[in-house]
Design a protein around this ligand. Structure first.
Ligand SMILES: NC(=O)c1ccc[n+]([C@@H]2O[C@H](COP(=O)([O-])OP(=O)(O)OC[C@H]3O[C@@H](n4cnc5c(N)ncnc54)[C@H](OP(=O)(O)O)[C@@H]3O)[C@@H](O)[C@H]2O)c1
Length: 254
C-alpha cells in the first residue's frame, strides 16, 4: 500500500494539498493529521482517494507514538510526506510570551523532525518529503523572531537531511512561501493583537503555493520559493542580516 501523509490537514495549505493530490496523484490512501477531527472528517468526505483521519496534537509525544504504532501495524510505503502543521505568533517577546514561543518551537521544529523520523523507515526510492518552511527562514525578523528562527531551523534541517538521503532516491524539498492570505495562519498569528506587523501586502494564494511546490518536489528541487516575493527574498538573503533587518523594520511599519 502506497500512501501520502499530510499534517496540518484541517485547514489552509494542508487542506489544499489534499485537494490537489486527490486530483493529480494516485495513492492507495491519504493519511491526514491535525487536531480538529470534525474538519478532517469533512475533508475526508470530499476526497475521492481513501482517507485515514488521524486527529492528533503533534506536539504531544504520546500522540506521535500512536502514529508510530499505526505505521508499524500497517507497514505502508509512504510515497509523500508533507509537514504543513505549523503556527506563528506576531509580536515582541513580551507580547507573545514564553508559552506561545515554546509552542512554536515544539510544533514547527520538534514535531516536524519527529514525524519525519517516524516516517522515513517507510519511504522507498521515489518517495518525497515536503517541509513547509517560510520566506521567514531567509533572515531574522523582529516582531516574528521565534517564528522566523523556527523556520530557519526547518530549512537548514531539510537541506541537511536531503544531503544525507542522496543516493537513496528519497528527496526533500523545503517549501518557503511568502504570506498566504487564504489560510488561518494570519488570523492565528494576529491573536496577540500586536502591531509589530501591520499589513500583509501582496499576499499569495494557497492554490498556487500548493501547485508550484508539488511540482518542485516532483522535479526534485531542494528549496522551493513558490512566488515572486519569496524568490526575491531568497536571492537578496545574501545581503548581511543587519541590512535586511533594517529593510524589514520599514516594511513591517507600513
Ligand atoms: N499563511 C502564511 O502566510 C504562511 C506563509 C509561509 C509559511 N506558512 C506555513 O505554512 C504551513 C501551513 O499553514 P497555513 O497557512 O495553512 O495555516 P493554517 O490554516 O493555520 O494551518 C495550520 C495547520 O496546522 C495544524 N496544527 C496546528 N497546531 C497543530 C498541532 N499542535 N498538532 C497538529 N496539527 C496542528 C492546524 O490544524 P488544527 O488546528 O486542527 O490542529 C492546521 O491544519 C505552516 O507551517 C506555516 O508556518 C504559512
Amino acid at each position: 500500500m502506497r500512501i501520502a501523509i499530510i499534517t496540518g490537514a484541517s485547514s489552509g495549505l494542508g487542506a489544499e494539498y489534499i485537494k490537489q493530490i486527490d486530483e493529480k496523484y494516485r495513492f492507495s490512501e491519504l493519511w491526514i493529521i491535525a487536531r480538529r477531527k470534525d474538519r478532517l472528517e469533512n475533508i475526508a468526505q470530499e476526497t475521492r482517494t481513501k482517507v485515514r483521519v488521524l486527529a492528533m496534537d503533534l506536539t504531544d509525544a504520546a500522540m506521535r507514538e500512536k502514529l508510530a504504532s499505526i505505521l508499524a501495524r500497517i507497514k505502508p510505503v509512504v510515497g509523500l510526506l508533507i509537514n504543513a502543521a505549523g503556527m506563528g505568533k506576531i509580536g515582541r517577546y513580551d507580547e507573545i510570551g514564553p508559552q506561545n514561543e515554546l509552542a512554536m518551537i515544539r510544533l514547527n521544529c520538534e514535531a516536524a523532525v519527529a514525524v519525519t523520523q517516524l516516517v522515513l523507515p517507510y519511504m522507498r526510492k521515489g518517495s518525497r518529503i515536503m517541509q513547509i518552511c517560510s520566506t521567514a527562514a531567509f533572515q531574522p525578523l523582529q516582531g516574528l523572531s521565534v517564528y522566523a528562527a523556527s523556520k530557519a531551523f526547518l530549512l537548514r534541517y531539510s537541506r541537511g537531511l536531503g544531503a544525507e538521503l542522496l543516493g537513496t532516491g528519497i528527496r526533500v524539498t523545503a517549501v518557503c512561501p511568502y504570506w498566504i492570505k487564504d489560510t488561518e495562519f494570519i488570523p492565528v498569528a494576529k491573536e496577540t493583537e500586536s502591531s509589530a506587523v501591520r499589513h500583509f501586502p501582496f499576499a499569495s494564494g494557497k492554490r498556487s503555493v500548493a501547485a508550484v511546490s508539488l511540482w518542485a518536489s516532483k522535479v526534485g528541487f531542494p528549496v522551493c520559493t513558490p512566488g515572486i516575493f519569496c524568490t526575491i527574498h531568497r536571492i537578496i538573503s545574501i545581503i548581511p542580516d543587519t541590512v535586511l533587518m533594517l529593510g524589514w523594520e520599514g516594511i513591517r511599519r507600513i
